[in-house]
Design a protein around this ligand. Structure first.
Ligand code: NAI
Length: 702
């Protein structure tokens, strides 16, 4: 049963019941129309109340039906709302907790609404690259006023019911209930009252809709969202749809809304946003670790190393109210680390992002120590010391000796073998990788590295802890670079080849930034420090001496041009400024290197630049799937969106490749493989890509 029907005296109650948020899936929609038909046929019933069971009125469309024919099967939401409007008996929505998207549109189709305080009310469709598609843009402005409604529709953000109830002249809520617990009872009483009074049943479609400034206001609103409309077309369509409500007859406005809703549904931008919405939820699901896997309690955290990462990692837990003890080798290092944390919080207070009393609360949760003994009661200990296996060995041996039974021992290593680290202890089941990204207090991504022996309860605990500290956690297997850095290495290699063949750093960066990346590879290198990649290449040259790569980046580092921190990198920088100024010296160095290689520079198109960089990610991503390092392509997309500035409206590298058509991707890879200045062996398309291309499928159908 996904909707229940019950008669309370002379009032029928239809209760949507489709956990977790009473999504309006097919069966629920049928349940509502069936319930309504029963109520209308029963002469003893004088009025009808619709409400939701459990923790929501309704969260809107049922995401389980996304993209399936069931989502549009009759009765679709529009038909359900038409049926409600046509009811000859008063219809009251009893709203509480969550009333969003289609759920709100359904409530807007009822004659009356009684709402509980604290209800989150929203039309969040814009976040999926859509506009509301069942009357939201036509009805909400009629009852809230054009501006308040448009703000909600364009932002997609929830607003509390009591705030909406306080808006002057609002007709959204006919009555505010005392509480979520009493809303049903109060709605039944309200329904009984209006039935007894008789008279016409109010319909929103009959209300006027206008803005005093008319088109001038809408022009202003269009200017506000116009800048982003190339990559995000939905907000502008939201404005147009609300404007239509002020200009057209109700049914024409509804048709305008529907047409634009369907048009947006087929845009690549909306497909990307819907993909990421699902990908984020899917990232938390691990096939062999069910949701009910027992978890360990994490009430106190230890962090070893108070450097760049240790400080940021600590802040995540302090922000979540979890006490942290940081351990270092020397008092000076501790003092420096704590001072950085303080400075970060102070900056937040100055910007008004953190209340001064919160600052004190957080700092009070922080303890420091030079002794491992002080970590013996910690439930989780995260190591963020130098990236050397020998140093990690020392740390984990000591941890094994002092940490309490059942403590989780995590490493923030970015390249080392987590299984080897686990083997330094007698409890490899308790060891896991927690790979944070810099700055660790800001970046959303957390790669959770599952070792060969990591316990399922340990994995489940860390995944749910990640949520608590507001990270997007993606599980990775053990390999060099895990998911994100293993892929970025191929991307960087391509960036180097492009320089050798005739591009400039600025041209490459601009092409990639035009594609939508937050930053191109060379500006990124200058920001992160070019010496990091240099160290990795030095190691690689020992491990894989045959790996082909451009030597330009090494030459840059040999000149001491590590990036912003040394005042010069791929670009020049003026003292105290971050603007990247193309460097004559670097361009000469690249030209000199081309000569040494005997390459005659050629003009390279922006399309080729973008394809080589992005498809390098895709091919390595496919190998990562084949190797079982990532369990699904959408996990790789989450890594790239949340950790590497990949454009959100493109949905991540794997989704983007699927949208381009994997057959076309294979063709492009083969073309790149024939370029003598590139690495032919790398461009052999991964077997998985070939297979999916042959079957006409994308990665999401693998
Ligand atoms: P860092 O050099 O800024 O900090 C390391 C800190 O560890 C130093 O303060 C040092 O005094 C301390 N330390 C070294 N040996 C120690 C020991 N035996 N006991 C206690 N403290 C010790 O290094 P960073 O950048 O914070 O990196 C730390 C770890 O995080 C490395 O494994 C690195 O690969 C990883 N990582 C770094 C990222 C970055 O962007 N910097 C990103 C993700 C991971």
């Amino acid at each position: 049963m996904t909707a229940e029907y019950k008669v309370h005296g002379d009032v029928a109650v239809i209760t949507m019941s489709n956990p977790p948020v009473n999504g309006l899936g097919y069966a629920t929609r049928v349940g509502i129309t069936d319930g309504l038909a029963k109520a209308l046929a029963d002469a003893a019933v004088k009025a009808v109340v619709i409400t939701g069971a459990g923790k929501a009125f309704s969260g809107g469309a049922d995401i389980k039906e996304f993209g399936s024919p069931k989502a549009l099967a009759e009765p679709n939401l529009l038909s359900v709302i038409l049926a409600l409007e046509a009811s000859t008996k008063p219809l009251v929505a009893a709203i509480h907790s969550v009333c969003m998207g289609g759920g709100l549109e359904l409530a807007l189709g009822c004659h009356y609404r009684v709402a509980a305080p604290g209800t989150n009310v929203a039309l969040p469709e814009v976040k999926l690259g859509l506009i509301p598609g069942a009357g939201g843009t036509q009805r909400l402005p009629r009852v809230l006023g054009v501006e308040a409604a448009l703000n909600m529709i364009v932002s997609g953000e929830p607003v509390k019911s009591e705030r909406l109830a306080g808006l002057p002249g609002q007709k959204l809520f006919d009555k505010m209930a005392a509480s979520a617990e009493s809303v049903l009872e109060e709605a039944i009483a309200f329904a009984r009252d209006v039935a007894a009074k008789g008279g016409d049943l109010p319909l929103m479609r009959n209300l006027p809709c206008r803005h005093p400034q008319g088109d001038a206001y809408f022009q202003f609103a269009k200017n506000m969202v116009g800048g982003m409309s190339k990559n995000y077309p939905a907000p502008l369509k939201c404005v147009e749809a609300v404007q239509a409500a002020t200009k057209m007859k109700f049914d024409e406005g509804m048709a305008f809304e529907r047409q634009n809703f369907i048009g947006l549904m087929f845009t690549p931008e909306s497909a990307a946003l819907r993909h990421l919405f699902m990908a984020e939820r899917a990232a938390g699901k691990i096939a062999d670790v069910p949701d009910d896997t027992p978890q360990r309690a994490v009430k106190t955290v230890g962090v070893i190393g108070a450097g760049t990462m240790g400080g940021g990692i600590s802040m995540n837990f302090l922000n979540a109210g979890i006490p942290v003890t940081i351990l270092e080798m020397k008092q000076e290092a501790l003092d420096r680390g704590v001072a950085t944390i303080r400075k970060n919080y102070e900056a937040q207070v100055k910007k008004g992002k953190l209340k001064p009393e919160k600052y004190d609360e957080r700092m009070a949760l922080l303890k420091t120590t030079l002794s491992y003994d002080d970590l013996k009661d910690c439930d989780l200990i995260i190591e963020a010391v130098f990236e050397e296996l020998g140093v990690k060995e020392k740390v984990f041996t000591q941890l094994d000796a002092v940490a309490k039974q059942g403590a989780i021992l995590a490493s923030n290593t970015s390249t080392l073998d987590v299984d080897k680290i686990a083997a330094f202890t007698k409890r490899p089941q308790d060891v896991i990788g927690m790979h944070f990204f810099s700055p660790a207090n800001v970046m959303k991504l957390l790669e959770v590295v599952r070792g060969a022996k990591t316990g399922k309860d340990v994995l489940a605990t860390v995944m749910s802890l990640a949520k608590k500290i507001k990270k997007t956690a993606v599980v990775s297997g053990v390999c060099d670079g895990f998911i994100g850095n293993r892929m970025i290495e191929q991307y960087s290699r391509q960036a180097g080849f492009l320089l050798d063949e005739g591009a400039t750093p600025a041209q490459v960066d601009k092409a990639v930034e035009k594609f939508g990346f937050a930053m191109g590879p060379f500006r990124m290198g200058d920001l992160a420090g070019n010496d990091i990649g240099w160290a990795i290449r030095k190691r690689r040259s020992v491990e894989q001496p045959d790996m082909k790569y451009s030597r330009t980046a090494d030459k840059l580092c040999e000149l001491g041009r590590f990036g912003q921190k040394t005042g010069a990198g791929w670009y020049d920088y003026q003292a105290g400024k971050r603007d990247a100024i193309p460097s004559k010296l670097v361009e000469d160095m690249i030209a000199e290197h081309r000569k040494e290689l005997g390459i005659t520079p050629r003009k390279i198109s922006d399309d080729e630049i973008v394809q080589r960089l992005v498809y390098a990610l895709v091919n390595e991503g496919a190998h990562i799937l084949e190797d079982g390092i990532a369990s699904k392509a959408s996990d790789i997309d989450m890594v790239y969106i949340t950790g590497y500035g990949f454009p959100i409206f493109r949905g991540g590298p794997m989704h983007y490749a699927s949208q381009q058509g994997l057959f076309n991707v294979v063709q492009a890879m083969q073309r790149f493989g024939r370029n003598p200045n590139d690495d032919a062996s790398f461009w052999e398309p991964a077997g998985l890509i070939r297979k999916l291309a042959a079957e006409g499928k994308g990665f999401d159908q693998a």
